[in-house]
Design a protein around this ligand. Structure first.
Ligand code: SF4
Length: 348
């Protein structure tokens, strides 16, 4: 039987494990304290009896990854981490510093099967989904490494969060544990490529998180060229799911729109986008694409980004342009990992 992940459990669950092994329940709380201090190995939990540590090591891993590589941007202090879990799986997570606090962008899967053509994370397909505790471990790793409290979390790294629905919903609940990280739902953003049934399922949970939906095009044909998922769910259905989400939760939806020169950045694209979103509780986040090796996408120049933004604003749509962060450290999702794998192959 494969080992279970200690970080997947709440305090009560850990106390039950301790009792099952014949130890008082407070031993479970001691395990919890070690976990939330970012302990990677069970053998480091020094105040536990040796026998209990041995039993735990037989049946569990902590779920905490080790830091394989860390790069810090000289431009804005963005830090990008390459993390390795007990089974050798590697993911990225990113720490971003804003005026309002420290944000961590977490990965929800190792790789991704969604196949978006502008994304480096999907090149090798999906390796596996992370458990809720393994996702939480990314936040703990950054918090322990930097010694500063993480106040916001975005689920926007590698993987499609709604393709790992149960673990991601569990992760969101765990972020709110008062005895743990105590991060409120309004400080959490989940980014999806638009899996409609799961958007509806999420809406029915009534969470107060921000839903961010990658639209990237204003017509189905262009969207399908960029994102294969668009062949399954048409823009109309995605927007119906989003309206349902906004109604159920009262939360404004963010639509992500990666601008790629000559693909989706024409004035008629802005016009179509504005008419699709008219009257919706939403805002649009424009992201000039990060060039990815082999993708062939180029970033539009500043004037065309400004023009696109102005056309949306004129039509009553709230717009932001994503500030580029960490450009000098392989800023786009999946790029650090892709670079690392290349270096490793080179060494072999
Ligand atoms: S953009 Fe997100 S959903 Fe699309 S392939 Fe990359 S990780 Fe997956």
């Amino acid at each position: 039987m494969s080992q279970r992940v200690l970080l997947d459990m709440d305090i009560q669950g850990l106390k039950e494990v301790a009792s099952d092994y014949g130890y008082p329940a407070y031993r479970g709380k001691q395990v919890w304290d070690w976990l939330y201090k970012g302990t990677v190995e069970i053998s480091e939990m020094k105040n536990l009896p040796n026998k209990l540590r041995e039993r735990l090591e037989e049946d569990f891993v902590t779920g905490m990854p080790e830091i394989v590589k860390k790069r810090v941007s000289k431009l804005d202090d963005t830090a990008k981490y390459l993390l390795r879990y007990h089974d050798g799986s590697i993911v990225e997570c990113v720490r971003l510093l804003y005026r309002f606090g420290t944000t961590v962008c977490v990965s929800s899967q190792v790789g991704c099967r969604m196949g978006c053509t502008f994304c480096a994370s999907t090149k090798g397909g999906l390796v596996r989904s992370l458990t809720r505790g393994e996702i939480l471990a990314q936040v703990l790793t950054v918090q322990m490494d930097t010694g500063t409290r993480v106040s916001n979390v975005v689920i926007m790294g590698s993987g499609e969060p709604l393709d790992n629905y149960v673990n991601v919903a569990g992760f969101i609940r765990m972020l709110g544990y008062k005895e743990g990280l105590n991060i409120g739902q309004r400080h959490i953003t989940l980014s999806t490529c638009g899996l409609v049934p799961e958007i509806i399922r999420l809406a029915d949970l009534g969470l107060q998180i921000t839903l961010s939906v990658s639209l990237h095009a204003a017509d189905d044909e262009t969207r399908a060229r960029l994102m294969p998922v668009a062949k399954k769910y048409r823009i109309k259905e995605v927007l119906e799911g989003c309206r349902y989400y906004a109604r159920r939760t009262g939360r404004r939806i963010t639509f992500e729109y990666a601008l790629a020169e000559g693909q989706n950045d024409r004035p008629e694209d802005a016009q179509k986008l504005a008419s699709l979103l008219r009257g919706m509780l939403c805002n649009v986040n424009l992201i000039p694409v990060n060039p990815i090796e082999g993708s062939g996408y180029r970033q539009p120049d500043r004037n065309s980004v400004r023009g696109f933004k102005a056309m949306l604003i004129q039509r009553g749509i709230a717009v932001t342009v994503r500030r580029e962060m960490g450009r000098d450290i392989a800023g786009a999702c999946g790029q650090l990992k892709a670079g690392y794998i290349k270096e490793e192959n080179f060494r072999k």
